[in-house]
Design a protein. Structure first.
Length: 253
């Protein structure tokens, strides 16, 4: 009889510390799981939003370049048509090229300067909200560590206040077990955030290179159409994509 009761008590203790669901996991982690959960929501929100925005057809619509060249070849006569074409595309590449197209007829230095400025703004918009991912990747493990520290303090306090000579090891083990949950949760949130951040950064870099190539061709087409081809030399475009997000060297490279 006593043996049966001991077994039931042991089973109840195991059930108390067992994690059978995500909810149990969150509850046993304590109040520090709340900011960690908020960080996970930030990751999901930013990832979904950037995945939609950074689709190639959203940044560089299919057929944009092929439709632009015939218009640019007309020089100043096709400026209004080129402006309308870029506006109708309603895309980062369209707004970038628009900065230069609006100034067809002016010196090429002005055309390139305004295209660069437009490109800088569009690249900034493409990288928008990525900082949130890097911040989450940095602070989620720290939040988990803080939760673990508070959990350890509570565990040792429980043992210290216990008047029993026996069972203190079990009390300490249970406290440490629950305290480590927040560290695990912080890492589970931080690792995907870091991976997603670098994946999107690489995606933006590739899109930037493609935008830069289109803009360089646009600058050369404008120069030829306006008789200023001699003002655009190979030296102007050296190191076009040496700095992926610094809009320098090429049109937006």
């Amino acid at each position: 009889m006593l043996y049966t009761l001991a077994q039931e008590a042991a089973s109840n203790e195991v059930a108390d510390v067992a994690v059978n669901s995500v909810w149990d996991f969150a509850v046993k982690g304590g109040w520090m799981m709340v900011p960690i959960a908020i960080c996970s929501l930030v990751i999901v929100t930013v990832a979904v939003e950037r995945a939609i925005v950074l689709r190639k057809k959203q940044v560089i619509p299919d057929g944009f370049a092929s439709g632009l060249w015939p218009v640019l070849e007309r020089g100043e006569r096709g400026r209004d048509e080129a402006v309308n074409y870029c506006k109708q595309s309603d895309s980062p590449i369209g707004r970038t090229v628009l900065g230069g197209v609006e100034r067809i007829g002016r010196p090429m230095e002005s055309v390139e300067k305004h295209m660069v400025a437009s490109g800088e703004h569009e690249i900034f918009m493409l990288r928008r909200r990525l900082r949130a991912l890097s911040v989450v990747a940095a602070i989620a493990p720290l939040l988990g560590l803080v939760g673990t520290i508070f959990g350890m303090i509570k565990a040792f306090q429980t043992v210290a206040l216990s008047g029993e000579a026996l069972g203190k090891t079990e009390l300490l083990a249970e406290g440490i077990y629950e305290a480590m949950i927040t560290t695990a949760a912080g890492l589970v949130v931080a690792i995907p955030a870091l991976v997603i951040y670098h994946w999107f950064s690489g995606r933006i870099e590739n899109l930037t290179r493609e935008m830069d190539a289109v803009c360089l061709d646009a600058v050369e087409s404008i120069a030829k159409a306006t008789g200023q081809a001699d003002d655009v030399t190979d030296e102007d475009h050296e190191g076009v994509v040496a700095e992926p997000f610094a809009v320098r060297g090429g049109a937006i490279g």
